[in-house]
Write a protein that binds this ligand. Sequence first.
Ligand code: ZN
Length: 97
Amino acid sequence: MNARSANKACPYCHIGQLKSGDVNFIRLHGDAVVMTPHMPALTCDICGYREFDAAALQHLERLLDEAGPIAPRPQSQQKKQSLTEKSDTNTTRRVKR
Ligand SMILES: [Zn+2]
């Protein structure tokens, strides 16, 4: 029994089937080009029609809203996230007076 079908008929060409996969989503935010890799989307295997996941789009919109307007001048900030968090530091606090 297939409760939910993985493939969905293409609303554009009505021939192909939409297949889910991750694609690069590119859009303009002000003067900046925002590229989002691994955006969940449905792509028609015949005409190439793309339908993006509504929830993912909303999430992206919210992120862009929170980021605010992007300044036109280029920023050379490199965000380096150190995921190597070691909590073995000595956290004992000594209060000496
Ligand atoms: Zn199609």
